[in-house]
Design a protein around this ligand. Structure first.
Ligand code: ARG
Length: 246
């Protein structure tokens, strides 16, 4: 034999094999991002991503283990092997791609605005918020934070640990707007009619993707095969309609 081929320092077994060996797929996400991952009253996790994760585990013939993880520590959790994959509405960005690998995008969203109802007519796009007199809420470590800082640099930006806190800040009149992912804003506004207004036009391009540790072509290929299959055979559409059509 060549001797070096299986030397652990040179050859790392695919997560694909480890998952099958362990008989479980540990999936990182952060609950609270509607309709992708939410915590039900009985403690169960539910949402578009959760259904996809369950199906992915099933396709591998293993148990699905949800790992709810704070957003600002979610990439470190993946990198330190707290989970096998991150299925959590993460936008594929070049910066994140320096740390993790992404499977092909499974859905495309963008940033939109929730504004104070009193600003209706005054604020027609994010450009109208680019003034120091406006206070904008965003969730720490998200593309909402990045977009707000980049596209609305003159406004005062306040960061929150959760999307719910940021949205409530607008609903309570303490912030003028929230910059966050369109689907989450759409649901929050429909649940808080009269307290916030959704400007329902996305102003960034954000493909979301599942993240895995680098250097694992076998697992990456498996994920893209799985995604292609569910997109083609109607499974994806069924799950999508369950969470995105009312
Ligand atoms: N798509 C946004 C991002 O990647 C927000 C995702 C937030 N997800 C969550 N589970 N809280 O930054």
């Amino acid at each position: 034999s060549f001797g070096f081929a299986n030397s652990s320092s040179l050859w790392e077994e695919s997560t694909l094999n480890k998952v099958i060996g362990a008989n479980e797929l540990r999936v990182c996400f952060e609950a609270g991002y509607m309709p992708f991952e939410m915590k039900a009253k009985n403690g169960d996790y539910m949402g578009f991503d959760i259904d996809i994760a369950k199906l992915l585990a099933k396709s591998m013939g293993v148990k699905h283990t949800p790992v709810n993880t704070a957003w600002d520590g979610i990439i470190p959790a993946l990198l330190t092997n707290k989970c096998d994959i991150l299925i959590g509405g993460m936008t594929i960005t070049s910066q994140r791609n320096l740390k993790v690998n992404f499977a092909d995008s499974y859905i495309v969203v963008g940033q939109s605005l929730l504004i104070k109802p009193s600003l209706t007519g005054t604020i027609k796009s994010y450009k109208d918020l680019n003034d120091p007199k406006y206070t904008i809420a965003a969730k720490l470590g998200t593309t909402g934070e990045i977009s707000a800082k980049k596209l609305i640099p003159k406004a005062t930006i306040r960061l929150f640990e959760s999307e719910a806190e940021g949205a409530l800040e607008v609903a309570n009149g303490n912030a003028d707007a929230l910059v966050y992912d369109f689907p989450s804003n759409a649901i929050f506004s429909s649940q808080n009619k009269g307290r916030v207004v959704h400007l329902d036009e996305a102003f960034t391009y954000e493909p979301l993707g599942w993240a895995i540790r680098k250097g694992d072509p076998d697992f990456l290929n498996y994920l893209n095969t799985f995604l292609r299959q569910i997109k083609g055979d109607g499974t994806y559409e069924r799950i999508y309609n369950k969470w995105f059509k009312d």
